[in-house]
Design a protein around this ligand. Sequence first.
Ligand code: GFB
Length: 296
Amino acid sequence: MVGSALLRRLEAEGFSNLPTRDRSELDLTDEHAVRGFFRQERPDAVIFAAAKVGGIKANSDFPVEFLLDNLRIQNNVIEAAHEIGVRKLLFLGSSCIYPKFAPQPIPETALLTGPLEPTNEAYAVAKIAGIKLCQAFSREYGANFISAMPTNLYGPNDNFDLETSHVLAALLRKAHEAKKSGARQLVVWGTGKPRREFLHVDDAARACLFLLETYDSPEIINVGCGEDIAIRELAELICEVIGFNGELSWDTTKPDGTPRKLLDVTRLKNLGWQPTIPLREGIARTYEWFVKNVAG
Ligand code: GFB
């Protein structure tokens, strides 16, 4: 999802020399394959969006894969980038690196100041390790490796599998299928009380390019829209946009996870970046893409 949004953005801005490989062409957990790719392509800049990602249930079910695969991918890419002398690397972390009960909105300084949310602790530890590796290369070798922490992202090419996806994609698909089948109920996980911040992936891609061009500090920087919404309100908004008017039912056997994850985006704003896609419009555009490309 992020990679394809970055390609759309880069091509729209006239870039053409964009070496890419999909998963079948390059296994990023394979150290030799990654080194070979970097030696062959010798990129000037790397936007490092690749990771094993998933929603609250996937993270909770597969901590080994979320920790091991992401550590392997990160170590391979960041070390190979340094080895061939990449001029700049932007590493994408996640808002889940912050403590479960961090102050809200969450400032970048909250990192490692308290216990993590158990459901995604493995992924968070992997991402924190990636940040620390970038900062270590910066300190020891002067590498210009920067790290951005995006909030919950959504948009085209998201994962719509109901077991492993994030909430917005899952509810969009559930509402679509409920509307199509004439179901009277839509099952939402948890209590609906947690709050989440959502940024459309095209805005996230713009923020990445903005940081690649303007930000040179090894300190992490948050990327978000500065507003959050309760899961219950999100579910109601998605049903309204899609035109499903059945009932919401709550599966409280599923975890709520972090009560709130609103990022403090003051630093990004002070650099001069603003998001452009409001949530309702973003949901409508993503639904249009979903119907054309996934729903079938
Ligand atoms: O988006 P989500 O899976 O991940 O869940 P997190 C957000 C909230 O939505 C939780 C609720 O409170 C879920 O219980 N929810 C309601 C649902 N219905 C659904 C549903 O049908 N599917 C899903 N998936 N959730 C992730 C981390 O945390 O945030 C990742 O696990 C990553 O590692 C990502 O950091 C950005 O926002 O809780």
